[in-house]
Design a protein around this ligand. Sequence first.
Ligand code: MOS
Length: 776
Amino acid sequence: MTDGTNHGVRPVRGGVHTAQAHDSALRHVTGSAPYVDDLPELPGTLHAAVRLSDKAHARILGMDLAGARTMPGVHAVLTYDDVPGELDIGAILPGDPLLAPDLVEYAGQPVVAVAAETMLAARAAARRVEVFYEPLPAILTPEEALEQGLFVSPSQTMRRGDAAAALNGAPHRLRGELRIGGQDHFYLETHIAYAIPDGDGGYKVHSSTQHPSEVQHQVAKVLGLPMNAVTVECRRMGGAFGGKESQAAHVAAIAALLAHHTRRPVKFRMDRDDDMLMTGKRHDFFVRYDVGFDGEGRILGLEMELAARCGMSLDLSNGVVDRAMFHADNAYFLPHATITGHRCRTNTVSNTAFRGFGGPQGMAAIEHVVDEVARHLGRDALDVRRANLYAAPERDVTHYGMRVEDADILPELFDELERSSDYRERRRAVAAFNAASPVLKKGLAFTPVKFGISFTALHLNQAAALVHVYTDGSVQVNHGGTEMGQGIHTKIAQIVAEEFQIDAARLRVTASVTDKVPNAPPSAASTGTDLNGMAALNAARTIKERLTAFMADHCKVPPEQVAFRDNAVFAGNHALGFAEVAKLAFLNRVPLSATGHYKTPKIHWDPATQSGRPFFYFAYGVAVTEALVDTLTGEYRFPRCDLLHDCSGSINPAIDLGQVEGAFVQGLGWLTAEELWWDGEGRLRTHAPSTYKIPTSRDLPADFRVRLYDARPNREETIHRSKAVGEPPLMLALSGWLALKDAVAALGGHRHPVRLDAPATPERVLLACEAVRRQG
Ligand code: MOS
């Protein structure tokens, strides 16, 4: 130091590749982190409720609103007729009216919106509304829709080689069907929005949304306003999981419509039942397959049809079914494959994004197939999986024409987990246990994940950020991503701290708000940190370049001799603390604010040929799960589970480990416990935790061994060579489902094919046991 002081020079805390606590961790666990419902209410705030259709398909003949309108405290009772702008809020294509006009297309569709002085008054008034229906025939299942040719958009096929010829020539062939259930997001914070008129004809909307720009767009459309009159803010969500990607706009636009009519702030907080009835879920799928294979279990030809229950409108179903088709290979090379995706139109809620976005369903289908191939040949399923893995140079191109450039990571992961989980020894132990145990049966399954990272809609693969350096050296970061508990703000603070070489504690990442970062894509497809981290880095770099030029000039040294490190800026013999540099730069009229933008390179897609490179890269993982089944009751436990997930170059290994654990448990919930049940009239009867069981801490495997694989940085130039982690580990849970199937198969000495649809509830496990027993 030239002047004897150290200017606060000391190593940076909280940079990248370090385990840092979530920036709101303390506030989360003490209950002091404010969510939308915790914002102080403005005077005059009204509360909203909706009247939902209780018919799956019906014409609305009339309504009696008078009773509701005259109830005390009621300020507005609105129908579709009260929408000043556009009625339809379809995310991609029209089909989703804000409030049902003369037709309802699912039980749970909002028909009337009410604003009242209290939430209870609003809900009571909504119940008082009378709707008169003329019922119409309803199509409820994807099988029915498939048979009648009812789709929300045309079916698509991805083709490689000649699957029909390969099937005909294959030494072995199996055909089958499978049903894979849907899943409610069950975010702890239900959908909520708080719409506030700004007094100048515009609106500020606080929304629990993954996609503030979409909420802004839909609110503006419904009110007939330009987008610049609507500002949407999201500080944090209490979970989202895809459920708040497109459908948060519906809730926010209802709040805004009521605010428009009453000229009051309106808060719409959905209760759990209404939330589960009104908003879309993970798509359930009906699958048909025809597979041909050799004596080693190597797949030679595959024809597969994936039929999704999309519900009454398109919403995001094209992307979801595309992603199911993209993942119908999982980690396996399909030399000849014909994969067809059907988007079935049904009179049920419009299904939407859910962690994995169709990928999990496609992967469940192929994992079931590989499992059946192994059973048919009497081979260990792990050996069959290994025989089918992608491998360079001949077996590394997907059925949509994308090269799997880092396929060699798969055998690495397999070797590592096979060894560390003691797979072979435990396979022998499981067999010995089963030979001696007629009622309790054990199962073991090893499954991989290969998950494509990028939005399959090209234009969404971009992001922007806005970074301000203040004269005290503190930094504010704004970016287009949203915080749903996944820790995106923590990671982005680490990225910007690393770039400026200052402690992360000197940075504050603000709420996501459309007037700071406009036109942002949703935080979805696992891309939040990949995209927004790069945008924030680019913004920080712009400021850093200006400071570098300024310091070079100020200290009379070449720019190459200016370095940012240890919370300071070094220029030749000079060292100044970051705050001093910021102050000095400001006094010398250097701008200390900048925007940054990023777009993902390399990706392209040709819809005509259904081929291209839809993904920038793949994320990988492997899992081994052991199951213990009581074959007389169908009840089961998972005594042990080993996960190894590829998080190479992790920005924050603590957060990534949490994502892997949480995703696995959520996936296990989807595949085992969470059952959506509609009655014969198309009414969802599982719309509260009393009837819909999500996993709890007691459902964790007793021995749960989770590790991040960090041997290889991303081969692509992602942010600090990290890999996306939000969705991929959910699919590691397929090992739990297949371990149950393995235990059931043990009941018949592994001689019979087993069909175990998801979710594998104890009831369904018991039925599968009975089916095996009948075969002897
Ligand atoms: Mo996520 S399922 O891509 O919102």
